[in-house]
Design a protein around this ligand. Structure first.
Ligand code: ADP
Ligand code: F6P
Length: 468
């Protein structure tokens, strides 16, 4: 019988992925993405159960303990991986919710598998949740879970948080099983979003699609009240600041600068290799500034780290080709032997290496066409200490609502992106430090612990009681 918990998180991914090395050995590695970055410290504090997929296909590994968290893996077959994860989650819902920046693909068999897998996650939660427990369901892969779980376990307090944007009504209405998704979410007591506008889209949609009444952010459903609200997610700011201040990380930052030829300006991009992140447009902005003679190779260098992501999904395969072609073009046209214009890494790096890169970079470019929040932007700020540094930030990232002292730009306007990058490169150190200080102060008070507490308070859960 599974160990029962008073606090359960249900997410598509576990904090660690089981990978098979080239020698056939099984290993656990940190999982990619912002959801894990944010939730890991929260769970480690609450010591609850984390239900999720372990990364591969076939039978799930046995439950185990990780830093005080009970890890409860859920299996996915190869077919489910293709239909539920790569198909319905990442080729239908992901592009649709990100303003359809790539065309969403709709397939009936993907939908059916999405139902089956959501039911499995709900069942796992019903098994491990103690009487009256709090279950916090995460993200777009599991939108049917709240209603399924309520049906199985009406005694539970159920929260749902969407890490990505929630689209306007007219886009959401494209979804073939739209009413089922909406009813799935309405199974929760509280539905949380990154932005106020997203919460408004949701309550209006409930009236538009299901004719439900709402007052403020509170929807009447089957005699229950379902609340919606905005809870902008964040990072473990103190932990990131501490890591960046570590002498080993600072020494590595100096070494990175030296290895890049001690240029005047290091421009950095760090993302999952995803078409929502605007990687191509920032490369293009950099190329045009080199061509215009506004930046010079040797004085300025760009580093782009792109974590491999969803590699079997077609949109991602074509993106990789386009990005790598652009990197090749820039280096071909502007690079010199021993001095490339762009350094491109298609790999994951350790947290320490990432912190050193942030500490080394003069300008951080975060230019998504649409992003729920973007934690990379927040991590960069936390890693700057009192050394200044400039953040170029897309207005279409959730983070732009909070980080107003960044060099904001519209990613759909190439000249606007170039202008923001040039202003960031040319800004006085005193101005950069002033901007950075304001954003750092904000992140110290608005960290991930506050995000979790605010959500759980609104859910009506005593934060202390969820600590097993
Ligand atoms: P998303 O959730 O869409 O991936 P976020 O910016 O919110 O985007 O979160 C990305 C997380 O993944 C951050 O915590 C970041 O540090 C981490 N990350 C991104 N790229 C890499 C990389 N190449 N190596 C290691 N970690 C990475
Ligand atoms: O926050 C967005 C998100 O899709 C998370 O749900 C996910 O864990 C992360 O990005 C990484 O994506 P994936 O799990 O598909 O590798």
């Amino acid at each position: 019988m599974a160990q029962r918990s008073s606090f359960v998180v249900v997410a598509n991914r576990l904090p660690v992925d089981e990978v098979t090395t080239t020698d056939g050995e099984k290993q656990w590695r940190p999982s990619p993405g912002g959801l894990v970055t944010a939730l890991h410290p929260v769970l480690a504090q609450h010591r609850g159960t984390w239900i999720g997929w372990a990364g591969g296909d076939g039978p799930a590994p046995e439950p185990f303990e990780l830093e005080g968290i009970h890890i409860h893996p859920v299996p996915l077959s190869a077919e489910e991986l293709e239909r539920y994860y790569e198909g319905q989650s990442n080729a239908t819902i992901w592009p649709l919710y990100h303003d359809a920046v790539e065309t969403p693909v709709y397939k009936r068999r993907w939908r059916e598998t999405y139902r089956v897998v959501n039911h499995r996650f709900a069942q796992a939660a019903a098994e491990v949740a103690a009487e009256g427990a709090t279950v916090w369901v995460q993200d777009y892969q599991l939108q049917l879970v709240p209603a399924m779980l309520r049906e199985m376990r009406p005694d539970l307090r159920i929260g749902f948080f969407l890490h990505i944007p929630f689209p306007p009504i007219e886009l959401f209405m494209q979804m073939p099983f739209r009413a089922e998704i909406l009813r799935g979410l309405l199974g929760a007591d509280l539905v949380g979003f990154q932005q106020r506008l997203a919460a408004q889209n949701f309550v209006r949609l409930a009236r538009h699609l299901l004719g439900l009444r709402y007052e403020g952010q509170s929807i009447q459903v089957d005699g229950r009240r379902v609340k919606a609200g905005a809870f902008p997610i964040s990072i473990d700011t103190a932990d990131m600041e501490k890591l960046a201040a570590d002498p080993a990380v600072q020494a590595r930052a100096k070494q990175i600068r030296a290895e890049l030829g001690d240029p005047k300006t290091i421009v950095l991009g760090v993302d999952r290799l995803d078409y929502t992140k605007g990687i191509e447009l920032r490369l293009k902005a950099f190329r045009e500034l080199l061509a215009d003679g506004k930046l010079n190779v040797g004085e300025a260098v760009m580093v782009q780290v792109a974590t491999p992501s969803r590699e079997r999904v077609e949109h991602y395969q074509t993106l990789r080709v386009r990005v790598e072609r652009e990197v090749g073009r820039i280096n071909g046209e502007f690079g010199r032997v021993g001095t490339p214009a762009v350094h491109y890494l298609h790999q994951s790096v350790s947290k320490q290496e990432l912190a050193a890169m942030y500490a080394a970079a003069d300008v951080m470019m975060v230019t998504p066409l649409r992003d729920g929040m973007n934690l990379v932007a927040k991590e960069y700020i936390a890693c700057r200490g009192d050394t200044g540094g400039a953040l170029v930030l897309s207005e279409f990232a959730g983070a732009a609502t909070e980080l107003r002292q960044a060099f904001l730009c519209n990613p759909h306007d190439p000249d606007g992106v170039k202008d923001a990058l040039l202003r960031a490169v040319g800004a006085e150190r005193a101005e950069l430090k002033r901007r950075m200080r304001v954003m750092q102060r904000h992140l110290r008070t608005h960290d991930v612990a506050r995000w979790a507490k605010t959500f759980l308070d609104e859910l009506g859960v005593d934060d202390e009681k969820t600590r097993d």
